[in-house]
Design a protein around this ligand. Structure first.
Ligand code: ATP
Ligand code: FE
Length: 337
């Protein structure tokens, strides 16, 4: 079974081709235009998707060495995401399915961040059910109990900012360009994580909160730059290491709590922040210390990509779970809907 998958929920235009559960190609066009604005500008994202989508699909087919006539189905991100961005992928997928007379499969982007673990790769580890998934991305922070491919229960989530947002907004305060998450990670590796203690939020149960951290970083920065205008330049690595340490500590304490509460010791992460070196190291250590089995995606499958949409497409194809031409994009689309 050959699946062409399309992802266009935010600011990356991506297309992939899968043969069953294996990836043949996974092309991502990252939109540079947003850097100068310090965040994603929806209207510009939508326009860039329109420019990118045809070349990206051509590249994905060429790299996979597959002709579009060989395709069995086309899978696309229906939501959640930016409406204007989602519309580009949705209309493209619907038209192509009509033109080629092949099946159409809608995919929930957050399910895809989790189910990316089922892409078969050399040396890949595939989680058994049930497992806990922590989705840590630009728009979400959730702890999900995954009972089966499409049986997911949200155990906790952020009450305000997502963890990726916490990284990006902190980076912005430090004067780093968008998206700042990867840069904080890079500098954090050169600094002392205990240099500046930031307060951790007190949130009940398995929910998260990151907006207080952002505020305390803002006050901290204002206070110190008043005393020393070069404070940020002089202490960049230590500040980044301290911010990252605090965020990872928050994530790890919640996932530990979830393991305790459910008795499930299989822990997977998904979404852009799973590329972070701090969380990867913390999970690796927890595996040794607490006997967990942990699942960390390949870097290629952390941030937005179409291969993760393709694997969900394949799983739904096997169930003959298809969509028809009446399907529409859905900006708000919960994982267990
Ligand atoms: P969602 O999946 O919730 O709809 P999104 O698709 O915009 O949101 P992703 O592409 O999954 O988000 O993740 C992007 C986020 O990941 C950004 O906030 C980015 O800063 C963050 N990120 C990427 N790499 C790293 C890293 N190494 N360390 C920290 N954050 C990172
Ligand atoms: Fe995402």
């Amino acid at each position: 079974i050959y699946i062409l998958a399309i992802e266009s929920s935010c600011d990356d235009t991506s297309a992939a081709v899968l043969c069953n559960n294996k990836k043949l190609s996974n092309i991502v066009a990252t939109q540079k235009i947003h850097e100068e604005y310090g965040g994603v500008v929806p209207e510009l994202a939508s326009r860039a998707h329109q420019q990118n989508i045809v070349p990206v699909v051509h590249q994905a087919l060429a790299k996979a060495n597959i002709d579009k006539k060989q395709l069995s189905a086309i899978a696309f991100t229906r939501g959640p995401g930016l409406m204007g961005s989602l519309l580009v992928g949705t209309s493209f997928a619907k038209s192509l399915s009509l033109g080629l007379n092949i099946s159409l499969i809608e995919v929930n982007h957050m399910q895809a961040h989790i189910l990316a673990h089922f892409i078969e790769e050399e040396n890949s580890k595939i989680p058994a059910f049930p497992f806990l998934a922590m989705t840590i991305s630009g728009g979400h922070t959730q702890i999900v109990l995954v009972k089966d491919y499409f049986k997911m229960e949200i155990l906790g989530q952020t009450l305000d900012d997502a963890v990726g947002e916490a990284f990006d907004k902190s980076a912005k305060i430090l004067g780093l360009p968008y998206p700042g998450g990867p840069l904080i990670d890079k500098y954090a590796q050169l600094g002392n994580p205990k240099a500046f203690p930031f307060p951790k939020p007190k949130v009940d149960g398995l929910d998260f909160s990151f907006s207080g951290l952002k505020t305390s970083i803002l006050y901290f920065t204002q206070k110190h730059t008043k005393e020393n205008p070069n404070f940020l330049e002089d202490n960049r690595d230590d500040i980044c290491a301290s911010i990252q340490y605090t965020i990872i500590d928050i994530l790890m304490s919640k996932i530990k709590k979830a393991v305790k509460q459910t008795g499930v010791k299989r822990v997977a992460i998904g979404g852009g922040v799973s590329a972070n070196s701090g969380i990867r190291k913390a999970l690796f250590e927890a595996e040794k210390k607490h006997g967990w089995e942990t699942f960390i995606p390949k870097f290629e499958y952390c941030t937005d990509n179409a291969a993760m949409i393709g694997i969900v497409g394949y799983l739904k194809y096997k169930d003959a779970n298809f969509s028809d031409q009446s399907i529409t994009a859905k900006a708000r689309y919960v994982i267990n809907e």
